[in-house]
Design a binder for this molecule. Structure first.
Ligand code: URA
Length: 232
């Protein structure tokens, strides 16, 4: 991450204010004077501003529009993780709230606040998640009732909780689920003899991903009000 951005994140200063202080010679990196705002910081480097060591304070909360082809784990030998799309210090402290499959796109929350993510992803809190699914075969109206009653997923002992299905067109549906079992949406459609060809998460709780504002691969910090609304 750039030195001036790191200083903004730690202090709340604007980019131009941070740049001015750097050029004035008030900033040291690992004890060495640095006058270049664009200097790239390594995660382990220590920054001092006017004699004070800077550190990020408070938990961090982000929303990302996840593209296909990225995994939601911190480490994967075979694929890029979603964290390579982020320009933030201490990426090692962040985790995704639940997971989307490698080929699933859409709304992904990222934080370093374990309690917050637990509230959103734990089945006890029943936070609704809405997915847009594109199917190999036309979806029959009877699927609405089947998903509302719960279906048995292969290898599991308990049926899924009531889920709401809206059929948008023969091959396109919106499915809202209230739990987060492994590959749940794909397995629910498999349980009724269909196949998900493409999956996109649009909504968690009342929060809708605005794909017109946040393009695939982009992310932004959540506002305080947005953070609070997920757990209210
Ligand atoms: N259900 C799935 O099958 N895949 C996802 O990525 C999310 C929910």
């Amino acid at each position: 991450m750039r030195l001036d951005k790191f200083i903004c994140d730690c202090t709340g200063l604007t980019r131009s204010q941070a740049g001015k202080l750097i050029r004035q010679g008030l900033v040291l990196i690992d004890g060495q004077l640095c006058k270049q705002p664009a200097n790239q910081l390594k995660p382990e480097q220590q920054v001092e501003l006017d004699g004070e060591v800077l550190a990020l304070t408070g938990p961090r909360y982000f929303v990302m529009h996840k593209p296909a082809g990225y995994v939601c784990s911190t480490d994967d030998p075979d694929h890029n993780t979603v964290f390579v799309l982020m320009d933030e210090p201490r990426l090692d402290k962040l985790h995704t709230v639940g997971r989307l499959d490698l080929d699933t796109t859409g709304l992904l929350l990222i934080t370093d606040d374990g309690q917050w993510s637990h509230k959103i992803s734990s089945p006890k809190h029943e936070c609704a998640k809405t997915y847009r699914a594109w199917l190999a075969d036309p979806v029959d109206e009877s699927a609405i009732q089947l998903f509302a009653e719960g279906v048995m997923l292969r290898g599991e002992k308990h049926p899924t909780k009531a889920a709401q299905l809206e059929i948008v067109s023969p091959h396109e549906c919106l499915l809202t689920i209230h739990e987060g079992r492994y590959h749940q949406v794909k397995r629910m459609f498999a349980a009724i003899g269909n196949k998900v060809e493409k999956l996109h998460r649009e909504k968690i709780g009342d929060f809708v991903l605005d794909a017109n504002v946040l393009a695939e691969g982009e992310y932004r910090a959540l506002t305080e009000a947005e953070v609070a609304a997920f757990v209210s």
